[in-house]
Design a binder for this molecule. Structure first.
Ligand code: ADP
Ligand code: GLC
Length: 483
């Protein structure tokens, strides 16, 4: 049985700020079914709920040097098992004791460099020798660099292949070169433009891309987009140079957690057969609970998102007043940049009963919204994969998306002549075009309800479980280490 280790900065249900957390939980579970011994390692942040913290078992600890820093650092290793997957948590109060996973960048750089080295140092101590070390996003970017430099002459380096998965190229972990030199003690030859140097700085994600054996990203379209100037975030050159190592594998969603048939977080469970009735009940309850006008005939649009530039919120701002006619309601669940939080607060104040802005992070509410909304909006500027459109499909909420990255690969635009498709999409990043598409969707909803209801059925029949994607990861692993 081949052994796989997932390395990353977050993992549901312990700590999650976005889709990375979902994938770090659901993909290992799916790979388990493919016959791998999969384990996951993340930092032991203080914010991990007590419910899990209290179940962790202490394995061991040791002291590790961090480059030229004379103070050796405590590395504790905790473990727990959940749904058949073994999790390890790297414990160190100096770095992970403050609560939230992400703080200011200068702190984050040091703590994830510590984490990356601690992961490799911990493996021989735990006695787990992975065939594949699968690293996720910039926070794990120095794992391949450590493995092939300071750890190059170890059984681990001889035995293990490294994969670097890009969930979001925008975040790269750009660090001051002197800091990196001090705390890593990497050999001098890594500080070139071909390796980890990035202008006058150092780039952790770039290091991962250069030193990994394979690179993946989370949709096929995004794997093409990041080779371009427009989406390349100044790493398009590196990505093009290493294009032979790169492939796109679409994310899935966890079909046990997101299942309208069994979901205990929604008001009323339903399946494909009773979806219309089920969604109506969920809509009415949601409207009541969240202070909206309770009317099954309103077209309810939902948005569940981190509130950042990536998500196309300037387009939403531009169209909001024109969108809100008497037949339309809007629900947001999101947190993030203050200006966007205030923007949605403003719309709720101005349109009480018609707009509900949940400025908070609440998984249960997101389930309620997928079940109760008619449509889910994802107008992203760029989107490596995107999970909320897949969740929407699963609950029969019709996605209205910008055709970029994974959104393009998952939403098939409605075609009224063939009666095909499971959503609506637009290409140009333009507010008026977004509004046109939403108005078109509303026209279908209000004037051709049968067609709309058929689309709900097609949406719910679309299969974005992890099964397909897990078997693609399997092929990738096999190409590196055999069956
Ligand atoms: P990203 O990773 O860029 O944030 P994804 O669509 O891949 O975008 O994943 C976002 C995940 O985070 C989904 O599971 C979504 O439901 C969840 N999410 C985002 N914001 C919130 C929120 N405020 N409350 C609950 N869940 C949220
Ligand atoms: C990132 C991307 C998102 C993707 C998620 C999981 O956060 O922004 O598009 O779905 O990672 O891969």
């Amino acid at each position: 049985m081949k052994k796989v280790l997932f390395v990353g900065s977050e993992c549901y249900p312990f700590v999650k700020t976005g889709g990375l957390g979902d994938v770090m939980y659901a993909l290992p579970k799916a790979l388990l079914k493919e016959g791998y011994d999969v384990r996951v390692i993340i930092p032991n942040y203080r914010c991990i709920p007590w419910e899990y913290r209290s179940k962790m078992k202490y394995i061991t600890h040791f002291y590790m040097d961090l480059g030229h820093d004379p103070n050796h650092k405590y590395v504790g290793i905790m473990t727990l098992e959940l749904d058949g997957v073994t999790y390890y948590f790297i414990d160190c109060d100096d770095y992970f004791g403050s609560g939230n996973p992400y703080e200011d960048m200068s702190k984050d750089i040091i703590k994830y460099i510590f984490f990356d080295k601690a992961v490799l140092s911990a493996l021989p101590v735990i006695g787990f020798m992975p065939d594949i070390i699968h690293c996720h996003d910039w926070q794990a970017g120095f794992v391949p660099v450590f493995l092939r430099t300071l750890f190059y002459d170890t059984p681990l380096s001889h035995n293990s292949k490294c994969i670097m998965t890009i969930h979001n190229l925008k975040f790269q972990g750009v660090a001051n070169i002197d800091t990196v030199k001090y705390i890593t003690a990497f050999p001098d030859y890594v500080y070139t433009e071909e390796k980890i140097k990035f202008g006058k700085d150092v780039n952790m994600l770039k290091g991962g891309l250069v030193f990994a054996d394979k690179i993946t990203t989370v949709s096929n379209t995004y794997s093409g987009e990041i080779k371009s100037r427009e989406y390349g975030e100044y790493l398009d050159g590196v990505i093009n140079y290493h294009h032979m190592k790169l492939c796109g594998i679409l994310n899935g969603i966890d079909y046990d957690i997101y299942n309208p048939n069994t979901d205990t977080q929604i008001y009323k469970t339903y399946g494909i057969k009773d979806a219309i009735e089920g969604k109506k009940k969920n809509k009415l309850e949601m409207q009541k609970e969240w202070g909206l006008w309770q009317d099954e005939n309103k077209f309810v649009i939902g948005l569940v998102s981190r509130l950042t530039d990536q998500k196309g919120l300037d387009l939403v701002n531009n169209i909001m007043e024109r969108l809100l006619d008497n037949h339309t309601e809007f629900v947001l669940i999101g947190t993030g940049e203050g200006r966007y939080e205030n923007m949605f607060r403003h719309y709720e104040q101005r349109h009480k009963g018609q707009v509900c802005s949940n400025i908070l992070y609440a998984e249960d509410r997101s389930h309620k919204l997928f079940a109760g909304a008619d449509a889910i909006l994802v107008p992203s500027r760029f989107e490596p994969c995107g999970l909320t459109q897949m969740m929407a499909l699963r609950y029969g909420a019709i996605p209205i998306v910008r055709a970029t990255g994974g959104l393009k690969d998952t939403v098939i635009p409605y075609n009224e002549y063939e009666e095909s498709g499971n959503g609506f999409s637009f290409t140009e990043y333009n507010a008026d075009i977004l509004l046109n598409v939403i108005n078109y969707a509303k026209t279908i909803y209000f004037t051709r309800r049968d067609s709309w209801n058929q689309m709900i059925k097609r949406a719910m029949e679309t299969d974005y479980s992890w099964k397909n994607s897990a078997s693609q990861y399997r092929s990738l692993y096999t190409s590196l280490v055999g069956e």
